[in-house]
Design a protein around this ligand. Structure first.
Ligand code: 9WN
Length: 725
């Protein structure tokens, strides 16, 4: 490897996302979409603020201020704050809601994400002092909004609050509401006259709620206004009262964050802690269905759980309310075909609804497409329970969706095509958050101008020296080393995602025994490696292992880029010579080809190590060498007897992973930086395409590439240098 740090890749997409937010920004709040949703929406604003927190604290704060400026006296934060200048394009608007006091808001609420957003703003603030002031100002308002929920939406003190309209759930036409909505008898003639406006913006009818749904939405609004938004009366009369899993999970998580906010500004947080304890217990105990092994909403009209199969049932992970056992069961369900187990290849993770169910519809709104906000919360929840690999994999997939298909409201869970509104607010803001968070350790890569600060270590550190162990020649050292590496691999490498548990490895007996055998490399005769296959397997395995050992020994915990000369600083003494990873990669395996962006080869002049170069070089090594980072190949153990097949598999896997993405809709191919750095090995565009062709899964994308070799635009992907731990 080498020390050139690319800042390409997602940079242009982050810019695009920011441009969308600029376009939707009104000066006070951000429209969820330029046309379909022209007003301010409750939970959308929290998601917007989460993205803005990374680059515009000011906007993040204004967004929240604007919403809470319309908080009702009883503490309720309304679902919509209407913009008087944008009236006429949405239904229902204030003339229909007729809320008390002539307010320009709707008369329902939404999942209370705002304490989460406020804490996030504070945590990312550059100006801590003003962020602290912001928390002080927000705390009583946030407390009032939670108090409203516990007082008016949990009248019999169950610890769970109810929603009284599907719009309050945020997941309007979720199949979870089919049953309770069906139980509402609606006489068309008894309904007030209304005209839907959501279909006037070019979104096809099959991607939106049905007319029957709308009749019921309107019926409920009518009931609220007839009762003058009196919560006690509504509770008595409303035929739709549901304790929703998503809503309560968000409330629970918001309590957690609100307690944190309270502590930051020295408040007594006992009331919030009490809410937190009650709600997490109630989620764990009352919403869990032992037969279905999932969390289900509770219909307060029937008193029964509503067996459902939406992604909402995973949300107690976000709340950190699920027990370890429940979390494990949720994780298993998430990893099943019902929710498009990762990289299944024929769908996108994770659809909003169980793909195996009849009601599943990959195109229809909350009945099956992929939604970034839901997956964003879920990936956070998975991380909280230690399912870091799955969480990271979901984040990576979420980042890919807008890159491939645009910043849409939701995405077809089978084809990935974007639906609903385009230029969608929370898809853009959460994309920004995901890119920043996922590449958190690597902020410098997002800093367009910056070069990262890294340490340069002096001298070369020989890693195969153990005091008291005398190197001795052993004819079978190579196979012994390989089996020792194999043991480490079995114990500490996770083969499915190519991750390594470095900390556990360092403490292990197996690692100590590996260190003892690696000492004998000093007495190893490289001439004993005769065939090309033996040499390839030996050097690839050795490269991968020295990199892992280097990470362990230097105590790196975020990226190999922490040490600017990592790949030349560590080395093994083998026979009479010293080999650093760069010597192995560029000298031996690349037949002494120039490392990228360097003027000279690693073996200069008559360097005797040239005698061990493997010629001709095999390009496939690039997909087998591990650099301790998430973007490089997963670690495998290579065997001389099977090396060709193994390299073939490694290459095929890499080329069909998210490191090579063909986007016919954009006439673009996104390629791993590896193809850019190693132009010398792969050649230029047409040569690269020819190389890719036999490895690509033969689908319409491969066909597209074959037909558009001359015109397709090439873009190189951001290289993820974070440690693969
Ligand atoms: C009704 C704004 C909102 C989101 C919701 C989403 C959709 C509104 C609608 O758009 O709902 O609130 O008219 O369909 O379902 O989650 O907040 O983006």
């Amino acid at each position: 490897m080498f020390e050139f740090f690319s800042t390409k890749g997602f940079k242009s997409y982050v810019k695009e996302a920011r441009k969308i937010l600029d376009g939707n920004w009104t000066g006070r709040y951000t429209k969820p979409s330029p046309t379909l949703y022209p007003h301010q929406w409750n939970w959308d604003s929290a998601f917007m603020a989460i993205g803005y927190a990374h680059y515009s604290e000011d906007r993040a704060i204004k967004e929240i201020h604007s919403l809470f400026g319309h908080q009702w006296e009883n503490g309720m934060v309304p679902q919509i704050v209407f913009n008087p200048e944008a009236l006429g394009n949405y239904f229902p608007e204030p003339d229909f809601w007729q809320v008390p006091g002539g307010r320009l808001t709707s008369g329902i609420t939404m999942p209370p994400l705002h304490a989460i957003a406020c804490l996030h703003i504070y945590q990312h603030a550059k100006n801590r002092r003003s962020a602290h002031d912001f928390l002080k100002e927000m705390y009583p308002k946030l407390m009032a909004s939670h108090r409203y929920l516990y007082r008016h939406r949990d009248p019999v003190k169950t610890g769970l609050v109810y929603i009284r309209h599907p719009w309050e759930s945020g997941l309007d036409n979720s199949p979870s509401w089919d049953c309770p909505l069906k139980n509402i008898q609606v006489e068309k003639t008894g309904l007030p006259a209304y005209k839907r406006k959501d279909l006037a913006h070019g979104v096809p009818v099959e991607q939106r709620p049905s007319n029957e749904d709308y009749d019921r939405y309107v019926y409920l609004v009518d009931l609220f206004r007839e009762n003058h938004y009196d919560e006690t009366e509504i509770y008595r009369q409303c035929p739709f009262l549901v304790q929703d899993v998503l809503f309560n999970s968000i409330l629970c998580r918001a309590n957690r964050d609100l307690a944190e906010v309270g502590k930051i500004i020295d408040q007594d947080v006992s009331e919030v802690e009490e809410w937190l304890a009650q709600t997490s217990r109630a989620i764990r105990e009352r919403m869990w269905s032992p037969e279905r092994k999932q969390f289900d909403p509770i219909d307060l009209i029937t008193g029964e759980q509503l067996p459902t199969a939406t992604a909402a049932s995973f949300m107690p992970l976000f709340a950190v309310a699920a027990s370890q056992k429940q979390a494990q069961l949720l994780y298993e369900r998430l990893n099943s075909v019902s929710f498009c187990a990762l990289h299944q290849g024929n769908c996108f993770t994770i659809p909003n609804y169980d793909m195996a169910r009849n009601e599943f519809d990959p195109k229809n709104y909350w009945r099956g497409p992929v939604w970034i906000n839901i997956n964003w919360m879920l990936s956070q929840g998975l991380k909280s329970y230690g399912y870091r690999e799955k969480s990271d994999a979901m984040k990576k997939d979420m980042i890919q969706l807008p890159v491939r298909f645009g910043f849409h409201e939701y995405f077809d869970s089978i084809t990935g095509k974007g639906y609903g509104s385009d230029s969608f607010g929370w898809t853009s803001s959460l994309f920004i958050d995901l890119v920043y968070e996922y590449y958190d350790e690597d902020r410098q890569a997002l800093n367009w101008l910056g070069r990262r600060k890294s340490r340069k270590l002096k001298d070369v550190k020989i890693l195969n020296e153990v005091p008291g162990v005398i190197p001795s020649p052993a004819a079978d050292l190579a196979p012994k080393l390989m089996s020792s590496i194999g043991e480490l691999k079995d114990m500490f490498y996770s083969m499915d995602r190519g991750l390594v548990d470095y900390a556990a490895m360092k403490r292990s007996e197996e690692y100590r025994s590996y260190l003892e055998s690696v000492v004998h490399l000093k007495a190893f005769d490289l001439k004993g490696l005769v065939t090309r296959e033996e040499k390839l397997a030996f050097w690839i395995n050795l490269y991968n292992t020295i990199v892992v050992q280097g990470i362990v020994e230097l105590g790196l915990n975020s990226s190999v880029r922490g040490i600017s000369n990592f790949f030349t600083h560590i080395a093994y003494d083998i026979g009479d010579y010293t080999f650093a990873p760069d010597d192995i990669e560029h000298g031996i395996l690349r037949s002494n080809a120039h490392p990228p962006y360097r003027m000279s080869p690693v073996f200069k002049g008559r360097d005797p190590r040239r005698a061990y170069m493997i010629e001709p070089m095999d390009n496939r090594i690039h997909f087998a060498l591990v650099c301790g980072s998430r973007s490089c190949a997963p670690i495998r153990f290579y065997e001389a007897g099977a090396i060709d097949d193994q390299l073939e598999t490694a290459t095929r896997n890499f080329i069909n992973s998210s490191e090579v993405v063909i986007l016919p809709e954009k006439n673009k191919i996104l390629l791993s930086e590896i193809f850019n750095w190693y132009k010398k090995d792969f050649g230029h565009r047409r040569d690269i395409f020819r190389f890719l062709r036999p490895y690509l899964d033969q689908d319409e994308k491969a066909e597209y590439l074959a037909e558009h070799m001359d015109t397709i635009e090439v873009e190189h992907l951001f290289y993820d240098w974070n440690l693969n731990h």
